[in-house]
Design a protein around this ligand. Structure first.
Ligand code: TRP
Length: 331
């Protein structure tokens, strides 16, 4: 709790372009929390450098991620939007929490195992302790809920373990956060390999629809989506490609699977794919327009970054000084 409101905290990495999976699974739902919760949304640039980044691209994407948050409906007056490296308390608390996190716990993180395979030439300590920095992000703000995709559930659980361990030694330090797993996030799959999650780092560009793709690109990608050899649009557990397209269509139109089956009764996959592409492109058009306005105004974005960092730092400092006091650091 902060200022008598429950706290919601989430972060997005400024690496890679955001996909409709990120949008439908997480960002689209963020604005729903703004009234009820005190919300912090962070562009986690310090997390991004656990894999090598091109500096100019990291900088550009930091601005873009902030602009996208706002374009997707987050009101900067109602939410605290900021850049992680602008609030040094995050890395300071991360060191402290490193001393309360076990080697074995970090070794079990599936994201670490995946990433160390994908970046075998750069299995650095930051990649290993990535979840500790994430725990610091969350715990600094006495967070109650953490809306994330299902892939981050394990990290939030580790964060809870760290908080519990710390609180046991030093009572009443951290609020225990709960993950809120968006039910759609686990469902948006790759358009080319529909048994795999749609991932912004996928090398096959046809597998992924980005929030900033133009209409022709979106329609082309949906046209090429992998389906099966049947022709009728119906849900079946083994029809991963069609199920994925039905999920996406349902997210954008609000229609149930039954309604979708009825709508496309007697029509083929071609008509259906076109309809999904159009629904997606139409829903993204206002987001893209807003994004283009924002990204053209760097000075405005910088003003927001500064305001966000000051707000965040105010709360972060309180928790950090409490932690230091409890540990016995001379203040
Ligand atoms: N690790 C998250 C991801 O890759 C991003 C993240 C960093 C985050 N800090 C966070 C998410 C704190 C929620 C809360 O998606």
């Amino acid at each position: 709790m902060l200022d008598n409101k429950k706290v919601s905290y989430s972060g997005v990495q400024p690496s890679g372009n955001l996909t409709i999976g990120n949008y439908l699974g997480a960002i689209k739902n963020f604005s729903a929390y703004s009234d009820e919760y005190k919300c912090f949304y962070c562009v986690v640039d310090s997390h991004a450098i656990t894999v090598r980044q091109v500096p100019a691209e990291l900088r550009r994407r930091t601005y873009e991620t902030l602009a996208l948050y706002i374009a997707c409906g987050l009101d900067p007056d109602k939410n605290t939007l900021y850049v992680q490296s602008h609030v040094p308390a995050h890395t300071e608390l991360a060191w402290i929490l490193n001393c309360f996190t076990m080697f074995g716990e970090l070794s079990r993180m599936t994201q670490f195992k995946d990433k160390s395979e994908r970046h075998a030439d750069n299995v650095n300590a930051g990649l290993f302790t990535y979840p500790v920095l994430m725990a610091s992000d969350i715990l600094l703000y006495q967070t109650d809920v953490v809306p994330v995709g299902v892939d981050q559930k394990q990290h939030v659980e580790l964060c809870r373990n760290i908080a519990a361990r710390f609180n046991q030694l030093y009572p009443d330090t951290f609020t225990m956060p709960e993950p809120i797993i968006s039910k759609d996030s686990m469902k948006i799959a790759s358009l080319q390999e529909p048994t795999k999650k749609m991932s912004k780092s996928d090398e096959n560009v046809n597998a992924v629809v980005y929030i900033l793709d133009d209409k022709d690109t979106i329609i082309r990608k949906f046209k090429r989506a992998v389906t099966d050899s049947e022709t009728c649009v119906r849900y079946a557990p083994e029809k991963h490609g069609i199920n994925n397209l039905m999920t996406i269509y349902s997210c954008y139109t609000g229609k149930t699977f039954e309604e979708i089956e009825r709508e496309f009764d007697g029509k083929g996959y071609g008509d259906f794919k076109l309809a999904v592409g159009e629904a997606c492109a139409d829903a993204l058009a206002p987001v893209q327009q807003k994004f283009n306005e924002l990204i053209a105004d760097k000075a405005y974005l910088e003003t927001l970054m500064k305001k966000g960092a000051e707000e965040a730092a105010y709360y972060a400092r309180k928790t950090l000084s409490k932690v230091k006091r409890k540990l016995g650091f001379v203040q």
